[in-house]
Design a protein around this ligand. Sequence first.
Ligand SMILES: *Cc1c(COP(=O)(O)O)cnc(C)c1O
Length: 239
Amino acid sequence: MSGREAELAERLAVVRGRIADACALAGRAPGEVTLVVVTKFFPASDVRVLAGLGVTDVGENRHQEAEAKAADCASEGLRWHMLGGLQSNKAAAVTRWAHVVESVDRAKLVGRLDGGAAEHAADRGGAPLECLVQVSLDAPGAGSARAGVEPGGLAGLAARVADTEHLRLAGLMAVAPTDVEPARAFEELARVRETLLAEHPDARVLSAGMSGDLEEAIAVGATHVRVGRAVLGERPPNQ
Ligand SMILES: *Cc1c(COP(=O)(O)O)cnc(C)c1O
């Protein structure tokens, strides 16, 4: 085992242990939570090591970097998640490599993603492209709001996704704001999710929780946690 492989194996074991403990506390089975390892800024060689350690899902936030890595790791059979803010003119392109697009936050993206997904339907064995609507947990009107549709706009956007032919509305994604306790932000997210499930009972995916707050997310029902630093180590600042 190389030094890097040993390092990743050790950190991965810690994260898997945290997920198992959080599931036990919440009375959930560990198999209910999928670990998406966020590999942005780390090389394809790390992605291959992770695949060898049993990681099935990886997340990226930049189209070009992700497309290159996905091509490099094509034989690993991984599921690639797009987590980053999407420019409208790049939306169709991400469907070339992404199996799940977690950052659908405005109506303008929906038609573009649907068009791209139609073009690459054969690559997915004809299955629709999974999409998560990203919802903002910032206080209403917060100036420098992060990406995400305000909860009030969720129903309309979710309906747009559900009405397409080549996209599947799989659920919700959110990032806890930095100025609120994650537990409180995720309780709000759980309420928002109930309103979505009332309309779209199959949209059961809840992608929430990162290196610092995966326990709080699992406590409110997260089905996917997106963990970068706790597995791979620190990224360059501000990424
Ligand atoms: C980078 C990123 C993560 C991973 O964050 P860590 O703190 O490194 O675990 C999760 N979700 C999104 C949307 C990200 O951009």
